[in-house]
Design a protein. Structure first.
Ligand code: GLV
Ligand code: MG
Length: 326
């Protein structure tokens, strides 16, 4: 290990994060009753400009009155480049900040964006004598955000998670695609002819670079990396596949832009029985190895060593967190 020890931020389950438009308050109690780990009430892109003020009032009322059943609740404010943002923060935090766990900041481009929000939220929480500390979820969804992702991740002690906003990222980089997440047939490699003259197409993941970049920055600063939306809510297999490839890179969860994606996120980001059994077997084998004075042993025909303990512990700790929440 480096002499610089990275402490993880507050542990929270974040397997599924359900987006709920602030302009549709009928959905709030349904979201509270869902199985989502985190609910984010949206003031940004799911709310039309003319509905912003009513949505803000709806959210303030709901934070104060809806029984959120112990769920983590977040509010996505508008971007720093809009004139809506300051009122989002001032009104929501002043009037309901003591009921709020997280604020989601969209289109973060520089560390100064986070610093500005931290200053504002801190002043309001101090003036209101709130005893809770509101954490930040930061959406990385622009070319500038990816360029500055390390500094952004380090910009505030309120930071808890980085989220990959694939739709705005595509718009920001002028990617030639209109889907929200998922694969694109144009991002592929055509092989040379094999001995029989056949060529095959291998699809790639056009989001691999920004997602990986964000995961590394998040983990280097103790934050949770979370994958963003998958737009086609009638394609559960497509969602599962996108979620699985995010999970193997290190993401802890994925957004649900429709209630039917919540169960999928929870499923993919929960260790399976088989994975858990394997992890426990690794830990038991390494405990015996330590007693025998060995650093590495063979288990089921494969080498495991002290690094395997750290890998297995990730799974076991996640399972414990899920168990505690049930
Ligand atoms: C989310 O905000 C996205 O732009 O994908
Ligand atoms: Mg976005």
């Amino acid at each position: 290990m480096s002499f610089t020890v990275v402490e993880p931020v507050a542990q929270r389950l974040n397997r599924s994060e359900l987006a709920v438009p602030g302009s549709n308050p009928k959905l709030f109690p349904k979201a509270a009753a869902s199985a989502a780990d985190i609910i984010f009430l949206d003031l940004e892109d799911a709310v039309a400009p003319d509905d912003k003020e009513q949505a803000r009032r709806n959210i303030i009322q709901a934070l104060n009155e809806v029984d959120w059943r112990g769920k983590t609740v977040s509010v996505r404010i508008n971007g720093l480049d809009t004139h809506h943002m300051y009122r989002d923060v001032v009104d929501v935090v002043e009037q309901a900040g003591d009921k709020l766990d997280l604020i989601m900041i969209p289109k973060v481009g520089t560390a100064a964006d986070v610093y500005a929000l931290d200053m504002l939220v801190t002043q309001i929480q101090t003036a209101k004598r709130h005893s809770n500390r509101i954490g930040f979820e930061l959406i990385i969804e622009t070319a500038l955000g990816i360029m500055n992702v390390d500094a952004i991740a380090a910009a505030s002690k309120r930071n808890e998670s980085l989220h990959f906003g694939v739709a705005d990222y595509a718009a920001s980089t002028k990617a030639r695609t209109t889907g929200i997440g998922g694969a694109n047939p144009d991002y592929a490699v055509l092989t040379d002819k094999d001995v029989d003259g056949n060529r095959t197409v291998h699809w790639g993941d056009m989001w691999h670079y920004p997602l990986s970049r964000m995961v590394v920055a998040a983990r280097a600063h103790g934050l949770r990396p979370i994958d963003g939306p998958f737009g086609d809510f009638s394609d559960p297999e497509g969602y599962r596949s996108a979620a699985r490839r995010a999970a193997v890179l290190g993401c802890e969860g994925k957004w649900a832009i429709h209630p039917n994606q919540v169960a999928l996120g929870n499923e993919v980001f929960s260790p399976s029985e088989a994975e858990l059994a394997k992890a426990k077997k690794v830990l038991a084998a390494m405990e015996q190895a330590t007693k025998d004075g060995k650093g590495a042993v063979a288990l089921d025909g494969r080498l495991i060593d002290i690094a395997s303990i750290r890998q297995a512990e990730v799974l076991v700790k996640t399972a414990a967190l899920i168990e505690a929440a049930n």
